[in-house]
Design a protein around this ligand. Sequence first.
Ligand code: C2E
Ligand code: MG
Ligand code: MG
Ligand code: MG
Length: 292
Amino acid sequence: RAKKAKGCGYQFFSEELNHQAVDRLHKEMKLRNALTDNELELYYQPKVHLDTGKVMGVEALVRWHDPENGMIPPGEFIPLAEETGLILPMSEWILEQACYQVVSWQQSLSMPLKMAVNLSVRQFQDPLFVQNVADILRKTGVNPALIELEITESMLMENMDTVLPMLDELKQLGVSLAIDDFGTGYSSLAYLKKMPIDVLKVDRAFVQDLPHDQNDCAITRAVILMAQQLGLNVVAEGIEDLTQAEFLTDNGCQLGQGFYFSRPLRLDDLESLLADSGLLAAGSAGQSGHMG
Ligand code: C2E
Ligand code: MG
Ligand code: MG
Ligand code: MG
């Protein structure tokens, strides 16, 4: 293990570091390189109209192709990226990439697709965050109305005082805002009313046992009703079968995502799907690759 750190100036100290610390340093170095070496890739999961299956938008989900260990899901590297601060340059790359993709689709798609991008709690601790978003929107020339930023409910609730004013500023840039993983973060209804939010995304945990679990049925119904009362759109996450989709549509939820409709896809595969559903002119698939 000490040998792994060879050439990085750590040899002398490595005997005092335990395995975990060295391992972590190694991971951190690799993650740092992931950005500069182009090892990150955006996958896109379709967001569909539940009745028709028609694609209404996509959510960008980052993946890391680690040359040593293959593809690593975000749950395994976002926490480290957040601890080290790497999440800030990483998130800028993600947003920029997503915006360029939308711009490219503005030429090739017969109907505009909305792009949802996940935010990290760390971005709200960065005083330059809103300015950075504004810069990326301007630089890419994207129509901000096609960008939806997702904030988890827990991020919001734990940092209400700093996050709320920033949400107002983000809204003024013309983007829309969604609360992700809704139902897991104990938000108070009073706060929800005060927030400049457009969309509630019902957490997968409530969807997975529909329509069998009576509690989950009740909770999901209540969230859908509440969203309607507050004038918000509601999107169900993690739909894996037809009975879940039917329960949701029967109860007034129009939009959803999940493996039943599509897994998160590489750009090529998404564009094939869009071509198959007539949204993308045949022959355009694969030609609107990543820019920047
Ligand atoms: P999320 O934003 O709630 O994304 C939904 C997650 O659920 C994705 O996992 C997706 O692949 C998965 N999923 C979608 N449909 C189904 C389904 O039917 N069944 C099951 N079992 N899972 C489903 P993924 O891509 O591993 O992302 C996990 C989390 O990592 C995301 O949760 C989000 O919080 C975070 N994340 C992903 N990409 C980014 C990013 O670009 N930036 C930031 N800051 N966080 C990200
Ligand atoms: Mg999300
Ligand atoms: Mg979610
Ligand atoms: Mg989640």
